[in-house]
Design a protein around this ligand. Structure first.
Ligand code: AHG
Ligand code: MN
Ligand code: MN
Length: 360
């Protein structure tokens, strides 16, 4: 019997009472937008939205925009622009912040989002998602916020979440007090609280990284992955499993459900890009969700949530998941930076270091 269960609306209304009801109203609009995107994505080729956006358009990242990226972006803009809670929005798919049209009232919140994450997977019927982050505008005035208003460290997020469009659609949310999962009941259109207070297991034997970039990684990441691959025969003394879905949302969701570590680390493939993922609308919201679930999220050298953004579409290295593994990677980065990791970085000794007895 579904009646009486906690819906997403009930949850956010209860958790935003006493001065934050506008945040609750905004989140309910976000949930309406993601239901629309879920319906679109779920139609697959029948939606008519597969393929590129038409004119071979690229977004500000220089990536080809798919029609479904553009449609998902529209869904969020239209569902969230009217309610009077927002000062502005920013998205992966828009070079500049979106200004709230003059006919609508304005508020103090800023909504930042990746409308469709992993969209290269949408044409092959693999899980994709939407990622969002809500900040408060710190500068006074009712005028349009500038890009600088969005440049706040992730620790200042008031809410963060994602929707995953998989076999089931789920919405996972944090308001700064735990991470909570809701499953879409397609029959009645409600998101129902099915996963209250998700906890990431501290230990894991599963890692996720795009190993085709291995030659571009820094030595600490090469060392970590080599040790995972060495399994029982190496310093870890246990076999690891690997997954790579190429949808960050799906990887983070798996980690929240059963542990693991996800890495899109710094590499030297393109020196202009210190990472693949974007800080404001990919790394920060996921870092908040993971930390609130007891996991850790790091660039390898510092907490992601402490990074001061310099620009709207800034990229950042991402290492997140089970706490012990993230801390191990931070240690490896520290040893590398301090020059105490020589045994591994030297080709002469790298083989031996793989099997070093004291490396754990
Ligand atoms: P987006 O589709 O929003 O551009 O993001 C895709 C991201 C992320 O979801 C995933 O982890 C990564 O790109 C996949 O990268 P590879 O193509 O290197 O596998
Ligand atoms: Mn993305
Ligand atoms: Mn995207």
């Amino acid at each position: 019997m579904q009646f009486g269960r906690t819906t997403f609306s009930k949850f956010v209304i209860e958790h935003t009472r006493g001065g934050h009801s506008e945040l609750g109203a905004l989140l309910i609009d976000v949930s309406a937008a993601v239901k629309g995107i879920a319906a679109l994505v779920g139609k697959g080729a029948l939606s008519g939205w597969t393929g590129t956006s038409g004119a071979g358009e690229v977004n500000v990242q220089g990536e080809v925009q798919k029609a479904i990226d553009v449609a998902s972006n529209e869904a969020i803009l239209r569902h969230c622009e009217w309610g009077g809670q927002l000062a502005g929005m920013a998205s992966e798919e828009m070079d500049e912040p979106y200004r709230i049209p003059d006919q609508y009232p304005r508020g103090r919140y800023l909504l930042v989002f990746d409308p469709l994450d992993g969209s290269s997977n949408s044409d092959v019927n693999v899980s994709v998602g939407t990622i969002f982050s809500i900040l408060k505008r710190e500068t006074a005035g009712d005028g349009d916020p500038s890009a600088a208003d969005f440049l706040q460290p992730g620790d200042r997020q008031l809410a963060a979440g994602y929707a995953i469009y998989g076999p089931a659609t789920m919405l996972v949310l944090s308001l700064g007090s735990g991470t909570h999962g809701f499953t879409l009941d397609r029959e009645n259109g409600n998101f129902i609280l099915t996963h209250p207070d998700i906890r990431v297991p501290e230990e894991t034997r599963e890692f996720a990284i795009n190993t085709s970039n291995e030659r571009f990684w820094e030595p600490p990441v090469q060392r970590y992955v080599a040790e995972c691959k060495a399994g029982k025969s190496g310093v870890r003394g246990v076999d690891f499993n690997m997954r790579w879905i190429a949808s960050m949302v799906a990887e983070v969701h798996r980690i929240l459900m059963r542990g693991g570590i996800f890495m899109y680390p710094k590499d030297n493939k393109d020196p202009a890009k210190p990472g693949r993922l974007r800080l404001l609308y990919e790394a920060n919201p996921m870092a908040m969700l993971i930390e609130q679930a007891g996991g850790a999220a790091s660039t390898g050298r510092r907490r992601i949530l402490a990074v001061e953004p310099g620009e709207l579409h800034q990229r950042v290295p991402v290492i997140l998941g089970s706490r012990q593994e993230v801390e191990r990677l931070e240690r490896y980065h520290g040893e590398y930076d301090a020059g105490t990791d020589r045994a591994f970085t030297s080709p002469l000794f790298s083989e031996r270091s793989l099997f070093r007895a004291d490396a754990s």
